[in-house]
Design a protein around this ligand. Structure first.
Ligand SMILES: [Zn+2]
Length: 183
């Protein structure tokens, strides 16, 4: 494509009619229903959606926030298992507890490039160091290129690739029934 795609336009297309609120570094758009909670993942946001049959998370927090996150999840839905975890991109602030949730049986969904980034060592120019590839258990086990969708209880969840975003593999997750967008 010759002209860069404006991220706002992409989002507007994804959630026509939703209320919009832009906040850095994570963005939520729409009306937050009771089923949706935004948790502190050690400085980054973790969105938890309770479907009644289990939990859907968007991002897994920083590497040291696992215990706190586990407690917070117990408070919102005791006995509920995390069935699905989305990673909006590959940074450790968003994928730090992937192993923990994968071990407990969660499916991890992300863009194909997110899994590629997490599967190889790469050079971090600004910090002059290599970031090590993540262990296999931390990597997404279901990936996509453009869009996808699933049902969690009665909730329709649509997700897709965001071009020209924070990394080359950023995605949005749109909880359509509740009208909540996480990017
Ligand atoms: Zn990041």
């Amino acid at each position: 494509m010759d002209r860069p795609v404006d991220r706002r336009q992409v989002l507007k297309g994804a959630v026509a009619g939703a209320l919009t609120m832009w906040a850095s570094p994570r963005i939520l758009v729409g009306q937050q229903a009771d089923k949706v909670k935004v948790l502190d993942g050690g400085g980054s946001n973790v969105l938890a959606f309770s479907s009644g049959e289990g939990l859907v998370l968007v991002d897994s927090g920083t590497p040291t926030s696992g215990d706190k996150l586990t407690d917070a999840l117990k408070n919102i839905a005791a006995g509920s298992k995390v069935q699905t975890l989305f990673n909006t991109h590959y940074h450790t602030d968003q994928t730090g507890n992937n192993e923990m949730f994968a071990t407990r049986g969660a499916k991890i969904i992300a863009h194909q490039r997110t899994r590629q980034w997490m599967s190889t060592d790469y050079w971090v120019e600004a910090e002059e160091r290599y970031e090590k590839a993540r262990p296999k258990a931390a990597r997404p086990n279901e990936t996509f290129l453009t869009t996808g969708s699933l049902k969690a209880g009665t909730e329709q969840i649509d997700y897709g690739y965001l071009p020209l975003a924070h990394t080359s593999g950023d995605i949005y997750v749109f909880f359509k029934t509740s009208n909540v967008l996480a990017v």
